[in-house]
Design a protein around this ligand. Sequence first.
Ligand code: C2E
Ligand code: MG
Ligand code: MG
Length: 267
Amino acid sequence: LLRERMLREAIEARAFVLHYQPQVSLQDGSLQGFEALVRWQHPVRGLVGPDDFIAFAESRGLISPIGRWVMHEACRQLKAWQDQGLARVPVAVNLSALEFRQRDMASEIAAVLQATGLEPQYLEIELTESVLMHEADQVLKALKDLKNLGVGISIDDFGTGYSSLNYLKRYPIHKLKIDRSFVSDTPSSTDDVAIVTAIIQMGHSLQLKTVAEGVETTAQRDMLQQLGCDLAQGFLVSEPMDAATALRWLARESAPTVTPDKPACGQ
Ligand code: C2E
Ligand code: MG
Ligand code: MG
């Protein structure tokens, strides 16, 4: 009960903050986007990560106000960076399965884009496979509406949910994010290398971009690059950073290149 009361107070006080983690091209290391990740600024515990409160918020019916704040703040921040003349890259926002089932996300997102002035091609939403398993017609309509709006759709933690590959052809999906659990033991685990290879190949055959999550070592990066994976996200490139640090990253990216050779990510 205490935890619930504190979370309610946090929502009231908007005691949340977004951190941004870059996604870079595996070809040339260039910044291709940010993922927005929410943190709770807890009065006693300091910054609390989403794994500690998102599921709890869902169970107490408190995910909507948090999700709404995240969506608005990510769009507002990105538009502010664009207005400062910084590099234009998209931001990805995570939506929980519950949010997607309970609300008309397409019209809500359209309203946020309108209010913040962010163009739809700069927003991506990340959904887990579990979203695609339920109430197929309603999900299909929402995803089609989002696609028509021009918003990108990524499947997060790909390979860990119910792997019904049916939805890959039925739904308008743009990106597959290969779950960190498959990346973390590569290249030493031959099983994981085989799974990652298969996901990248399948993604490309279906004209989907592939993003490797949790890339931590140069050996992983080199392997993914060789396999033709499009993008990398992980501590090798950068941990999620607060807005001020992300701004410095963006500013570096936006500066005119002095030498033609750009270092590849993580070098
Ligand atoms: P996710 O969407 O799969 O986000 C990636 C998580 O992996 C982030 O954890 C990130 O900090 C972590 N990570 C990134 N690179 C590495 C790496 O190289 N190594 C390791 N070990 N970890 C890495 P975080 O920020 O704690 O977020 C956890 C999850 O919480 C997210 O997983 C996402 O599912 C959820 N989440 C985050 N923000 C939101 C939000 O605004 N709304 C909702 N509904 N869920 C959110
Ligand atoms: Mg995500
Ligand atoms: Mg993920």
